[in-house]
Design a protein around this ligand. Structure first.
Ligand code: FRU
Length: 337
């Protein structure tokens, strides 16, 4: 149910099992908390396409003011987004894309550029020939497709560098470990493994380690999350050679939704910046994130103080009201004199 005095943003999140999506949700909640006129509801589709369609349908029935969607896959989620648009609900697509252009705005990093940057990294660090294994994300989700295109196209220009094998993953490390393990048993050890995200990169490292190959294979991931088990830590610890920052765009999406609600025009394509994180800049990145985190905590603390003050004010004014009633009662009982 929609709160009467607020605008409602409905966010259909593909799933929330991993830290990257938890971070996206968190940044949305924090940003939304700074707009008192906004109410944000997040529905988690648990990586089930049918469920995501039903949840988006529910938001349409409810007539939310803005819908934000991170689609599990492009093609199956496209029609229900069209339905929202036809119902007059603006739709912001975040991270993964849908088919066509029937949505209000998109926000996310350029995944072709991410693939391209991974390839450029390998090119600039290889003197001679090098062999490469690519481990892709879930087929049918746009970042997997686009990261591959950027990666392959850039490597095509350098005959000495070849993608010898490609393993289809599903974004989670469990999907690739067995296949990578048997591949490494049968083929020449590759120089590089490019994984479409850091979770699969962690899986690749574990497989390499189990064969004592971790010092021979350079692994590159994507996401560059801050925190324990995040890509930044993995680069610091030398598990990854590099990772490509893939910002979640959560705060940006809420700002865009707020602008739409205010009746402002927003850009259709809002492309977030990415950067290679490797041993050269990992400490700088870590410091940067530490600072941001500190500011984040400060904001949350201030928010808590404000909430507390509102609470005190409300209970004080309730007390004052009770006292006035008691006073009137007293005056009445003593006969006004
Ligand atoms: C999180 C995730 C990220 C990846 C993104 C692509 O669920 O798998 O690791 O970069 O989705 O959409």
């Amino acid at each position: 149910e929609k709160e009467a005095d607020k605008y409602k943003i409905g966010f259909s999140q593909a799933m929330t099992t991993d830290n990257w999506r938890k971070e996206m949700n968190k940044s949305m909640r924090v940003e939304a908390s700074m707009h008192p006129d906004l109410e944000l509801e997040i529905k988690d589709a648990g990586n089930h396409i049918a469920k995501q369609i039903t949840q988006i349908d529910d938001f349409i029935q409810e007539k939310v003011d803005v819908l934000i969607v991170s689609p599990i896959q492009s093609i199956p989620i496209t029609p229900v987004i069209e339905k929202a648009m036809n119902a007059g609900i603006p739709v912001i697509v975040i991270d993964r894309k849908i088919e066509g252009r029937n949505f209000t705005a998109y926000v996310g990093a350029n995944n072709i550029e991410i693939g391209r940057n991974a390839a450029k990294y390998i090119i600039s660090h290889s003197e001679n020939e090098a062999t490469i294994i690519e481990i892709t994300g879930q087929e049918g989700s746009s970042p997997a497709h686009e990261r591959s295109i950027g990666f392959k196209n850039t490597l095509d220009s350098v005959p000495e560098l070849q993608i010898t094998y490609s393993i289809k993953g599903d974004w989670e490390k469990a999907s690739i470990k067995d296949r990578l393990s048997s591949l490494l048993d049968t083929v020449k050890t590759p120089d590089y493994i490019f994984c479409h995200n850091d979770r699969m990169a962690m899986g690749a490292w574990e497989v390499a380690r189990s064969k004592s190959l971790e010092d021979d294979i350079k692994i590159i991931g994507v996401d560059g999350l801050f925190g324990p088990n995040g890509g930044i830590q993995m680069v610091k610890d030398g598990l990854l050679d590099a990772t490509l920052l893939y910002p979640t765009g959560g705060a940006e999406a809420i700002k865009m939704a707020s602008d739409l609600i205010q009746g402002e025009n927003i850009n259709k394509y809002n492309i977030l910046r990415t950067v290679v994180i490797d041993s050269v800049n990992v400490d700088i990145m870590q410091n940067q994130f530490d600072k941001m985190n500190q500011q984040q905590n400060d904001i949350e603390q201030q928010q808590a103080v404000i909430d507390e003050q509102i609470e005190t004010y409300n209970s004080q004014s309730a007390l004052i009201r009770i006292m006035i009633v008691l006073l009137l009662l007293l005056l009445f009982l003593t006969g006004w004199s």
